[in-house]
Design a protein around this ligand. Structure first.
Ligand code: BDP
Length: 326
């Protein structure tokens, strides 16, 4: 009896010694909207493996793919509350809750994806990250989401081609203003509903990058993809701020390192798989058209900028910072 007890005690002590005295094992849940076959799904799985390894299992991350933990705005709210610990979020739906994050949702604010990353890696990115952390969703790493372009049952060549079309957008007033500025009818809608809405004609078109256009079958219910590239919106691997702060500095370092390594992996996958997604949808019959002169689209956005800056004068400094970044 005595021997048994002491063995049990020894077992408990041995398992405790793997953890620091105040540190219990953390089993975290992560939200991901994408399915298998999307680069972010593979990157989030890699993130989970890396966290496990880097923390010796003291922090584990179970990733729930396909948006099964809820729509993106709901999942963001849950991460802010700590009901879900992590997510791969797009900064678009973060704009309505974190004003600074809306910088990236101004159409044509970035010249290219590398320009977007340079802005995020500079002072503007620090300001956005700090504001997000204050709001409860702390970015651990930025990931690539390419550029978003329009798709519909016809080619879009000029802003006039958008006029009169009902276009699905993500939840953010900047996107409704963007469509309205071209004379279109914006229709904010959850990602999960878009394919059906396109199929039944509830909307005439939508806008996204090639991997998402392909992964959820939007290419099956449209005919043309027009390279307007009007939005370059980054994404993050984001964590509930308080849960992250409660980790020891060593574990924080390990989790952040895992997120950054997973993000680098995501960017490599993105480069290859977005090219492939374009080829795949073209092979399936989608007509892709270049837009040689994006000037008319950019000019149509002047009103979006004017109205936005009139309502948010404190955003002028960030806009200027992004525009003056080489
Ligand atoms: C995809 C983003 C995802 C968004 C989706 C959308 O990766 O986070 O929810 O677009 O349009 O490209 O809602």
């Amino acid at each position: 009896m005595f021997k048994k007890l002491s063995l049990a005690t020894a077992g408990v002590l041995a398992s405790l010694s793997l953890l620091s005295p105040l540190q219990a094992a953390e089993n975290w849940r992560a939200w991901n909207i994408h399915n298998d076959g999307h680069p972010n799904t593979a990157a989030m799985d890699r993130f989970s493996e890396l966290v496990d390894k880097a923390t010796n299992g003291e922090v584990t991350v179970e990733v729930f793919h396909g948006g099964v933990l809820g729509s993106q705005p709901d999942a963001l709210e849950q991460v802010r509350l700590g009901a879900i610990e992590l997510g791969n979020f797009n900064l678009g739906p973060i704009g309505p809750m974190v004003k600074e994050a809306n910088l990236v949702s101004l159409p044509f604010i970035f010249k290219s994806v590398p320009h977007m990353f340079r802005v995020l890696e500079g002072e503007a990115g620090e300001t956005i990250a700090a504001a997000m952390a204050d709001a409860g969703v702390q970015p651990l790493a930025w990931v690539d989401a390419g550029a978003r372009s329009f798709y519909a049952q016809k080619a879009i060549e000029t802003p006039a081609d958008v006029a009169g079309l009902k276009i699905r957008v993500m939840n953010n007033d900047l996107y409704t203003s963007m469509i309205a500025a071209m004379g279109g009818n914006p229709s904010p809608m959850a990602f999960a509903e878009v394919q059906q809405a396109l199929k039944t004609g509830v909307v005439d078109g939508a806008e996204n990058n090639f991997p998402s256009f392909k992964n959820v079958g939007h290419y099956e219910v449209t005919t043309h993809y027009s390279l307007s590239e009007h939005l370059i919106i980054p994404e993050c691997i984001c964590v509930n701020t308080a849960k992250f702060a409660a980790l020891s500095p060593e574990l924080q370092e390990a989790v952040r390192g895992a997120a950054q390594e997973a993000a680098l992996y995501q960017r490599e996958l993105w480069a290859v798989q977005s090219e492939q997604a374009r080829k795949d949808v073209e092979a399936a019959g989608i007509k892709v058209n270049e837009i040689a002169d994006k000037g008319p689209f950019q000019e149509a956005m002047a009103k979006v900028y004017d109205d936005y800056l009139a309502a948010n004068p404190d955003m002028a400094a960030l806009v200027e910072m992004a525009q003056s970044t080489e």
